[in-house]
Design a protein around this ligand. Structure first.
Ligand SMILES: Cc1cc2nc3c(=O)[nH]c(=O)nc-3n(C[C@H](O)[C@H](O)[C@H](O)COP(=O)(O)O)c2cc1C
Length: 217
């Protein structure tokens, strides 16, 4: 990986005074301190529209039946996506590393962030099954991605054999089936367990740990 990178930070938490917001601010400062260029997509603050819909494709090929997969494949060739999609796609093209930070909601990312994935990482953009561009030949080869997330449940609950099962395994629906599928290298997920019941001291320690891990990338 290059020393100085272009980092896209995709962030989803609705509250600017939350622990997640502090984590995001720590990350942006640490990345800049290291000399990386950073762009932020703060999805709630942007009021990002997460629902994939027909008007995402202003030059629809088939006006009778809306087939999102084929419209996306075609739009990826012409660039005819809605303006908010194009803006985010430009950030993705620009980035060497994409970091997604979010609180765990029902063992997954919040809907607003999944919607960002549905609309921005469109068929034909990061992958194309028709031309066999996936995994080793994914269209985002050369880029890296990383998940950063906080939970309410303790680590034991999210371990193999625990009540919920291994959180890293659950996250593979994104790390493997989205990021690796598109050819990206996946960095280890940074998970902060029991974030909703932390003392101030532990919160400060977790911010410091995260800062150190980012400085070490
Ligand atoms: C809708 C919703 C669903 C949640 N689902 C889970 C869950 O499945 N597992 C879990 O450990 N915590 C869950 N939580 C708790 C949050 O992950 C936790 O409160 C958050 O990570 C704490 O970070 P914050 O203080 O920055 O909000 C959920 C919270 C909400 C609001």
């Amino acid at each position: 990986m290059k020393n100085e990178m272009k980092v896209l930070y995709v962030y989803a938490h609705p509250e600017p005074k939350s622990f997640n917001a502090a984590l995001k601010d720590t990350a942006l400062d640490a990345l800049k301190e290291k000399g990386h260029e950073v762009k932020l997509s703060n999805l709630y603050a942007m009021k990002f529209h997460p629902v994939l819909k027909a008007s995402d494709f202003p030059e629809r090929k088939n006006l009778d039946v809306f087939n999102p997969f084929f419209e996306a494949i075609k739009a990826s060739k012409s660039g005819a996506f809605a303006p908010d999609i194009k803006e985010e796609m430009e950030k993705v093209k620009w980035a060497d590393l994409i970091i997604f930070q979010f609180p765990i909601y029902f063992t997954a990312m919040p809907a607003i962030m999944k919607g960002w994935i549905d609309r921005i990482l469109a068929p034909g953009f990061g992958f194309n099954p028709i031309t066999n561009n996936a995994y080793d030949t994914g269209l985002f080869k050369g880029k890296s991605a990383m998940l950063v997330t906080t939970t309410g449940s303790p680590k034991e609950m999210y371990s193999e054999g625990g009540g919920h099962g291994d959180l890293n395994k659950h996250l593979e629906s994104i790390t493997h089936c989205v990021f690796e599928f598109m050819g990206m290298k996946v960095l280890p997920s940074h998970i902060i367990y029991e974030a909703s019941s932390m003392s101030r001291e532990r919160g400060a320690e977790e911010l410091e740990k995260y800062k150190k891990s980012l400085l070490a990338i």
